[in-house]
Design a protein around this ligand. Structure first.
Ligand SMILES: Nc1ncnc2c1ncn2[C@@H]1O[C@H](COP(=O)(O)OP(=O)(O)OP(=O)(O)O)[C@@H](O)[C@H]1O
Ligand SMILES: [Mg+2]
Length: 725
C-alpha cells in the first residue's frame, strides 16, 4: 500500500518519478495539483527525501496554503519543513537572507500598488509634472512591466520616443521612483521577482540555494513570466530534479508578461524530460466538460486534448438573457434563492466576472435582500484607509528608513503639521543626507519651525523610538495596542465622523488577525507579521467554513473549484473585451479565460449576458459573447432568451456566428468609413492609454502610437475610443 494508490495510473507515473525533469501537461480538473501534493508526500514518506530539500511554487497564496494543508493531511508535521510557497513569498525569504548583497537591509518593506501610487504621486508633485494624459496607477503598471522586462530607467530614457508627453513622464518618474524605493529600503512586487533573479546570478548564493532545494516543483507553470522562469531554471540547473505542471489552455496572465511558451518549451529546455498527460477529469459533469472542450478547441494555440470523465452528464448549461446589469444580478439572485430552497448553501455559489467593477450590481442587490456574500478582489480589507494608517505605523516601527510610510502618519492623527513644515523637514533631511525619521529627532536644528511644532515632532520621534525598542522583545499585538492607544486612533476616527463605527470594527478585525497569527506562530516578530500581510492576495480571505456567496474575477478563481458557478457579463466587448477586435492573440487569451471560468464548475453552470450595459457612463447595446456561440446547442438550455436576433436560421446556436459578427452595433457608431475621420500625425487621446499620434490609417484600421506602444482601432469605431486633441 503506497500513498500513491490514491492516484490513477498516469498520475502515479508522474508522482513516482522524482528524479530528473518531469512535465505534467493536462487540462483543467485532471488532478495536476493533486498529483503534485501526493508527489511531495511520496518523496518524504516513501523515498526518504528530506523535506527541507523540497521547493513547491505556485501562483497564489490561497493555492499555496491549500497545497500546504493537503500535504499536511498526508504527512503531518514533516509538511512544515517543505517549502510550499508563491514566487513572491519565496523571493522575499531569500531576499531577507541575502538581500544585503544587493544593498538592501534585511528588514526592507514591501510596497503594494497603493504605496506605489503614492510614491509616484509625490514624485510627480516634486517634478511638477502636469501631464494629465497618464495616471499614477498607469505609470505604476508600466514601471512594473519595464522592470519585469529587465528595462532600466536609463535604457527606457534612451529608447524614448521623445515627443510623447506621457512617455517622458514615465521616463522621468521611473528613475526617481527606483531611487525612492531604495532610499526607503523598500521593494515593490516586481522588485521582489527581479531581485530574486539577480541573487541567483551570484554564484555562491545560487549554489547554496541549489543545494538546499534539490527538488523543485512548479504548479500553474503556464503563467510564469520570463523572470520567474529564469529563477526556477537557475535553481534546478544543478540537480535537474524539476517537475512542472500546467495547462497551456489556462494561461491567462499574458497581460502581465506570463509566457505560454515556457511550458511549450520545457521539452526543448530538458530534452530528457519525462512527459505525462492526464486526461481524466474528476471535477465537472460531462456536459460542463464538453462545453469547455468545445470552446477551447477554437484556439489555434491549443494543442487539443481529450478530457473525459466518468461522471454523469449532469444538467444542461443554463443561459440567461437580461435587460441590463441590474436585471442580470436579479436573475442570479432568483436562481440562488431557488437553489437555496432545494437544500443548497450559499457557499455552494460562486459568481465569476471579467472585471472587478461588475461586482457592484450584485453587492447592491445582496445587501438589499440580506444575502451573505463576500467579494474577493476589488477594494480589499488591507486597502482601507484606517488599515493602511496603522500598517504604516507598524512599517515605520519595523523600518524607520521607510519615509513614505512615515510621511503618511506624520499628521495622522492631526498634529498640526502643515505642508510647509513637512517641506522644511524633508529639505533638512535632504541637505544633511539623513532619513526623515532622523530629521524628526533633530527638529531643534530645523530652521523655520515654530517652537511648539519642534516639541510635537520630537515627542512623535521619541514615541516611535520607544516602539522600535519595544518591538525587539514585545509581541506584535502589544505593539499594535500600544500604537492605537498612544495616538488616540479611535477618537481620531470618531472625529472624522463618517463610518467611524465600521472603521473601528476594521481595526478590531485587524487586531483579531494578529492574535490569530500569534496563536499559530509563537514569537511572531513584527517583521514576519508585516511580511505575511504584504503578500496577502485577493482570494486569501476565503474561509470555507462560513456560508456566503462568493464573488470574484475569473483570474482570481484559478485552480479553485465550486459546485455552482454563475459566469456573468458574457457579452462581446465585455467578455471577450473590445480589444480583441484588433488583436487575435488577445482573443485567444480571453478564450482561455472562458475555459478557466467554465472548468471551475463541478455540478451546475449558468451563463448570463445583458442586452444593455453602462460603459464609461453611457448605456450601450450588447450582444451575447461569441463564446456562447461556440457551445454546441445540445448542451445548453436557453432560459428567458426572448429572441435570437441575428441568426434565426441557427436554432441550436446561441448567437450569431463570428462571420456575421458586426463590431459596430446599433446606437454606438458615429463615424463612417467613407470619410476618414483622422489624419496621419494627428494627436489623439485615449481614456486608458493617454496621448497618442495617428501613425497610419485606411478605411479598415487606424494605428495609433501611445507611450505603451502601438494600438489598432477599427476606423469606423475609432471615435468610441479616441478623441481628437
Ligand atoms: N485520482 C483521483 N481520484 C479522486 N479524485 C481526484 C483524482 N484526481 C483528481 N481528483 C479530484 O479532482 C479535483 C480536481 O483536481 P485538481 O484540482 O488537482 O486538478 P487540476 O488539474 O489541478 O485543475 P486546475 O487545472 O483547475 O488547476 C479535485 O477535487 C481532486 O481532488
Ligand atoms: Mg490545479
Amino acid at each position: 500500500m503506497s500513498i500513491l494508490d490514491n492516484l490513477n495510473s498516469e498520475q502515479k507515473k508522474a508522482a513516482s518519478k522524482v528524479e530528473g525533469p518531469v512535465l505534467i501537461l493536462a487540462g483543467a480538473g485532471s488532478g495536476k495539483t493533486r498529483t503534485v501534493t501526493y508527489r511531495i508526500a511520496h518523496m518524504v514518506k516513501e523515498k526518504e527525501i528530506s523535506p527541507y530539500k523540497i521547493l513547491a511554487v505556485t501562483f497564489t497564496n490561497k493555492a499555496a496554503r491549500e497545497m500546504r494543508e493537503r500535504v499536511e493531511t498526508l504527512i503531518g508535521e514533516d509538511s512544515k519543513r517543505v517549502m510550499v510557497s508563491t514566487f513572491h513569498a519565496f523571493g522575499v525569504r531569500l531576499l531577507r537572507m541575502y538581500g544585503v548583497e544587493l544593498g538592501y537591509n534585511s528588514n526592507f518593506n514591501i510596497y503594494d500598488g497603493d504605496d506605489q501610487k503614492r510614491l509616484i504621486k509625490n514624485i510627480m508633485k516634486e517634478l511638477v509634472i502636469t501631464d494629465k494624459s497618464i495616471t499614477p496607477a498607469r505609470i505604476a503598471s508600466i514601471i512594473s512591466r519595464l522592470k519585469e522586462d529587465g528595462i532600466t530607467p536609463e535604457e527606457y530614457e534612451k529608447d524614448s520616443r521623445g515627443f510623447l508627453e506621457s512617455y517622458k513622464t514615465v521616463s522621468s518618474v521611473y528613475k526617481k521612483y527606483n531611487s525612492g524605493l531604495k532610499n526607503n529600503n523598500a521593494m515593490d512586487f516586481a522588485d521582489i521577482i527581479v531581485n530574486t533573479n539577480r541573487l541567483m546570478d551570484i554564484q555562491k548564493i545560487r549554489e547554496k540555494v541549489q543545494d538546499r532545494y534539490q527538488y523543485v516543483m512548479v504548479d500553474e507553470y503556464q503563467d510564469t513570466n520570463n523572470i520567474q522562469y529564469q529563477i526556477i531554471n537557475k535553481i534546478a540547473e544543478k540537480y535537474k530534479n524539476i517537475c512542472v505542471v500546467g495547462d497551456e489552455d489556462q494561461s491567462i496572465y499574458g497581460f502581465r508578461g506570463a509566457n505560454i511558451q515556457n511550458i511549450l518549451d520545457f521539452e526543448k529546455d530538458y530534452p530528457e524530460a519525462f512527459v505525462i498527460k492526464l486526461e481524466q477529469n474528476y471535477r465537472s459533469t460531462a456536459h460542463i466538460l464538453e462545453a469547455a472542450n468545445s470552446i477551447i478547441k477554437n484556439n489555434e494555440s491549443s494543442k487539443g486534448k481529450n478530457l473525459w470523465t466518468e461522471k454523469n452528464k449532469g444538467e444542461l448549461i443554463r443561459i440567461f438573457e437580461s435587460d441590463d446589469a441590474r436585471h442580470e444580478a436579479y436573475l442570479v439572485l432568483q436562481e440562488i434563492n431557488r437553489l437555496k430552497n432545494s437544500n443548497r448553501n450559499y457557499k455552494d455559489f460562486t459568481i465569476l466576472y471579467r472585471t472587478n467593477a461588475q461586482s457592484r450590481a450584485f453587492e447592491e442587490l445582496f445587501i438589499k435582500f440580506n444575502i451573505p456574500y463576500k467579494v474577493f478582489g476589488g477594494m480589499q480589507f488591507y486597502q482601507r484607509m484606517e488599515i493602511k494608517d496603522i500598517m504604516a505605523y507598524l512599517n515605520v516601527i519595523n523600518n524607520s528608513l521607510d519615509s513614505l510610510n512615515l510621511l503618511r502618519i506624520l499628521n495622522v492623527p492631526k498634529r498640526k503639521i502643515g505642508v510647509k513644515s513637512v517641506e522644511k523637514i524633508a529639505e533638512f533631511a535632504e541637505n544633511k543626507g539623513v532619513s526623515i525619521f532622523e530629521a524628526l529627532g533633530r527638529s531643534e536644528e530645523i530652521e523655520g519651525l515654530s517652537k511648539n511644532l519642534k516639541i510635537v515632532l520630537s515627542e512623535f520621534h521619541s514615541m516611535l523610538l520607544n516602539f522600535i525598542e519595544e518591538s525587539q522583545y514585545m509581541p506584535v499585538s502589544e505593539i499594535f495596542d500600544g500604537v492605537v492607544n498612544s495616538i488616540g486612533y479611535f477618537s481620531y476616527l470618531e472625529s472624522l465622523g463618517e463610518e467611524a463605527e465600521s472603521r473601528i470594527e476594521n481595526i478590531e478585525e485587524l487586531r483579531n488577525s494578529i492574535s490569530e497569527m500569534e496563536k499559530n506562530q509563537e514569537n511572531l516578530t513584527l517583521g514576519e507579521y508585516l511580511e505575511s500581510t504584504a503578500l496577502i492576495s485577493a482570494t486569501d480571505k476565503l474561509e470555507e467554513e462560513q456560508d456566503y456567496v462568493k464573488l470574484m474575477t475569473i483570474h482570481n478563481s484559478k485552480g479553485l473549484e465550486f459546485p455552482v458557478v454563475f459566469v456573468v457579463g458574457v457579452e462581446d466587448e465585455v467578455f471577450p473585451g473590445s480589444k480583441v477586435e484588433y488583436d487575435p492573440t488577445q482573443l485567444e487569451e480571453e478564450r482561455r479565460l472562458c475555459y478557466v471560468a467554465i472548468t471551475r464548475a463541478e455540478e451546475k453552470l449558468y451563463m448570463y449576458y445583458a442586452k444593455q450595459r453602462f460603459v464609461y457612463g453611457q448605456m450601450q447595446f450588447r450582444t451575447q459573447s461569441r463564446f456562447l456561440d461556440e457551445i454546441p446547442g445540445h448542451l445548453v438550455e436557453l432560459m428567458n432568451v426572448k429572441k435570437i436576433e441575428k441568426t434565426p436560421e441557427k436554432k441550436s446556436s446561441v448567437k450569431s456566428s463570428i462571420e456575421n459578427f458586426n463590431p459596430i452595433r446599433d446606437g454606438k457608431s458615429k463615424a463612417s468609413s467613407s470619410n476618414l475621420p483622422y489624419s496621419i500625425g494627428e494627436k489623439v487621446t485615449h481614456k486608458k492609454f493617454g496621448l497618442g499620434i495617428v501613425r497610419s490609417i485606411n478605411d479598415k484600421t487606424i494605428e495609433v502610437e501611445f507611450s505603451i506602444g502601438k494600438k489598432k482601432f477599427l476606423t469606423m469605431a475609432a471615435d468610441k475610443f479616441i478623441n481628437k486633441v
